[in-house]
Design a binder for this molecule. Structure first.
Ligand code: ATP
Ligand code: MG
Length: 720
């Protein structure tokens, strides 16, 4: 070890090297944002490979997003050279679990080509389960059941393990029963939802110790990034793999930061960090204190803000970096003006030669994106959306994907049902019912049932003819799958099915955009060896398509920004009700507020050189104007490190023009008058002002904040 350090170790500080070179036994790196945790993991992988301790295929490395996995692969390749290529077990918990499950699917009652349901499919299936149970979906919404089931799966609880009190919370105590029916339906459909990917792998490991032993031996070294956001299921998953080994060989390295735990609402347990030393006795705990990412003003601002949280381990962070620019705070009249200001500042940076790819806009909820996107489109400013309701979730894309799924996986009932009558071909509810009845009775997939039914007299001649035509088209497409280039095949499917034509004939404003998206979809297929590989990718990849090289700004939710860094970060929408988000406060009280504050802290710490906070005094949500007041987080920022900038427009902190409020008033009556009056009278946002104003202001917001956590749950799933 006294020899000259390998090149990849050069530049690491003492603690980072310790974390890299302590290859044997459990290691926990507990450290703040930007201290090099991810870099430690990447270097550690390079080190394991370069020193011959492990082959790339012996290493299990877990990242939080697919994007992070791609980046880590690329970096390891840079550090350790071609020897590091092909890290087959580097990915998210979900991606790695999928890979394991496909190999042993039959042991958990699935076939290896099982379908991974997305949120939409999941909801559709739950609706069927509710119907079958004669429950009124209005009273007991499928989404609510979905969130219960997700919660149980996050904690690795099967239908039989749901605590009695919790099962009672839905449909008069029928929660667990519905959960069981849902699981049965999934098995019949040969499908797994996102939560299943983990829980079924856990079940596989528990029920088949020989399989578990095989993986315990294979994964000689395990690494986990963003450990603070693992949930119970993920924790059990890891523990099963790590603990089977001899005590001295539990080579598990986890890195995390309790101040960046932002998925509590999705079941993440920051306690997993606190339990680490207990579960893995003799663990080496490394703390990193030097931040290499952010200029001093930014780091000081973030540290000061997070210090308002009570439930934290607390840590020192320092930087040797220059002070840099202060964090700016800008108030806008309304969200449109805010979008305009953000656009102008980006253009100004661009004019000074800054790369757009070094600029990010981080929002609290995805609904904030549309106004920003509209503005960027107007300005001709190239942007990409990372995370959020993304490309693959758009209606036309989902329809197209359903066609592809039917071709590649003919047993995919949900896909078949989705496109059966899209475009309309006279195969309505009556036909669907006939097919369903037969499929259920014969326990066969819908398409197979359809092939049987068309040979009978069960359907009227017209639908029978239409169905026959569709089925023969599917046979034709399926027969081409191994011989025709996938882009050509995809185009053929969309043309011949009449799907493209459906949008060509459509007169609505969105039709052109949809056709554009379909083209983009076909284009994106080029990057995959075949249609199946592409579909697998789509099921897992919830990050936006990332491979174009054009210089663009990135737009994403704060949740999706974890682990990333940019020179300049825009943080719009710092208003009470929006951020902290009212739903988080309503549902989780003080804990919810602290999680929101951690989210704010994550946002600021993404910035290397510039962090720019914005708030608007009026925001339109779901078409209704709401008067808002600045976020309490703005009050919590340290005066010495922030700078209040005046919006160039006719805006001043002390004097909101009453007349404009009147104008707003005529749009909607959904906000509470006292709230905005108080906000108006507050005469500034940094004066530490009256909390009464906040409370009332928030009251005004609640009515229209439906795009809060409910929406995020879905987004969150997709981030994983
Ligand atoms: P987060 O908590 O936000 O995920 P992190 O702790 O994972 O942050 P990294 O992303 O690994 O931090 O590192 C932050 C930045 O600091 C990166 O640009 C990284 O390359 C750089 N960095 C880390 N360690 C060093 C070092 N020893 N010398 C120079 N730069 C470093
Ligand atoms: Mg990191």
């Amino acid at each position: 070890a006294a020899a000259a350090p390998a090149a990849y170790l050069a530049g690491l500080n003492h603690e980072q090297r310790l974390a890299v070179e302590t290859t044997e036994g459990p290691v926990l790196v507990l450290a703040g944002a930007g201290t090099g945790k991810t870099r430690v993991l990447t270097t550690r992988i390079a080190h394991l490979i370069a020193t011959g301790r492990a082959r790339p295929s012996d290493i299990l490395a877990v990242t939080f997003t697919n994007k992070a996995a791609r980046e880590m692969k690329a970096r390891v390749g840079m550090l350790a050279g071609p020897a590091a290529e092909g890290m087959p077990w580097l990915g998210t918990f979900h991606a790695i679990s999928t890979k394991i499950l496909r190999r042993h699917a039959e042991l958990v009652g699935l076939r290896s080509d099982f379908t991974i349901l997305d949120v939409d499919d999941q909801i559709r299936l739950l609706k069927q389960v509710l119907q079958a149970a004669n429950l009124d979906e209005k009273r007991w919404p499928a989404r609510q059941l979905a969130s219960h089931i997700d919660g149980w799966k996050n904690r690795a609880l099967g239908p039989d393990q749901v605590p009695h009190g919790e099962a009672a919370a839905f449909a008069n105590g029928r929660g667990a029963e519905l959960y069981r029916h849902y699981q049965e339906r999934l098995k019949i459909l040969n499908a797994a939802d996102f939560g299943d990917l983990l829980t079924e792998t856990i079940r596989l490991f528990r029920e088949h110790p020989d399989v578990l032993a095989q993986y315990q031996q294979r994964f000689r070294y395990m690494l986990v990034d963003e450990y603070q956001d693992t949930n119970v299921a993920q924790y059990l998953w890891l523990r099963l793999l790590a603990q089977g080994r001899e005590p001295g060989h539990r080579n598990l390295a986890c890195v995390g930061d309790d101040d960046q735990s932002i998925y509590g609402w999705r079941g993440a347990e920051v306690d997993n960090i606190l339990r680490f030393e207990h579960d893995f006795p003799g663990a080496v705990v490394v703390r990193l204190e030097r931040n290499y990412r952010s200029h001093a003003h930014i780091l000081a601002t973030a540290s000061h803000l997070i210090a308002h949280n009570e439930g934290r381990l607390g840590k020192t962070l320092r930087t040797d970096d220059e002070p840099g620019e202060k964090v700016t705070i800008t108030g806008a009249w309304d969200s449109e003006e805010e979008a305009r200001l953000v656009g102008e500042e980006i253009e100004a940076l661009q004019a000074k030669g800054h790369n757009l790819s070094e600029i990010a806009i981080l929002v609290r909820i995805s609904a904030q994106m549309r106004e920003l996107e509209d503005r960027f489109v107007q300005l001709g400013l190239p942007y990409r959306v990372i995370g959020g309701p993304r490309f693959y979730e758009r209606m036309e894309i989902r329809d197209a994907l359903a066609y592809f799924r039917c071709v590649a996986q003919p047993a995919d009932d949900l896909a078949f049902e989705r496109i059966l009558n899209t475009p309309k071909r006279g195969l309505g509810d009556a036909t669907v019912q006939v097919l369903h009845a037969h499929a259920r009775a014969a326990r066969i997939p819908l398409m197979e049932a359809a092939r049987f039914i068309v040979e009978t007299e069960e359907l009227k001649p017209k639908p029978r003819g239409a169905l026959r035509e569709l089925l023969s088209a599917f046979s034709r497409w399926s027969s081409l799958i191994d011989t025709t280039p996938q882009t050509e095949l995809a185009e053929m499917i969309l043309e011949e099915s009449g799907y493209t034509e459906m949008w060509q004939k459509d007169r609505s404003a969105e039709a052109a955009g949809r056709l554009e998206n379909l083209k983009e979809l076909v284009r994106s297929l080029e990057e995959f060896p075949d249609l199946r590989a592409f579909l697998e990718h789509v099921s897992l990849v919830m990050d936006a398509v990332e491979n174009d090289t054009e210089d663009r700004v990135s737009l994403m939710t704060l949740h999706a920004a974890k682990g990333l860094e940019f020179d300049t970060v825009f943080l719009p929408g710092w208003e009470e009700g929006l951020f902290p988000n009212q739903r988080a406060l309503d549902e989780s009280g003080r804990a919810g507020l602290e999680e929101e504050r951690r989210l704010a802290h994550v946002g600021i710490t993404r910035a290397r050189r510039r962090a720019k906070i914005f708030f608007a005094s009026n925001r339109r949500i779901h078409g209704l104007w709401n008067a808002t007041i600045p976020s309490r987080f703005i009050d919590e920022l340290p005066e010495d490190h922030v700078e209040v900038t005046e919006a160039p427009a006719a805006f001043s902190y002390g004097g909101y023009g009453k007349s404009r409020f009147d104008e707003v008033d005529s749009f909607s009556s959904s906000y509470a008058t006292p709230g905005w009056q108080r906000a108006q009278n507050r005469g500034g946002f940094s004066g530490g002002g009256s909390r009464g104003g906040f409370a009332q202001g928030r009251g005004g917001y609640g009515g229209a904040s439906g795009s809060g956590r409910g929406g995020l749950l879905i987004e969150g799933e997709l981030v994983a």
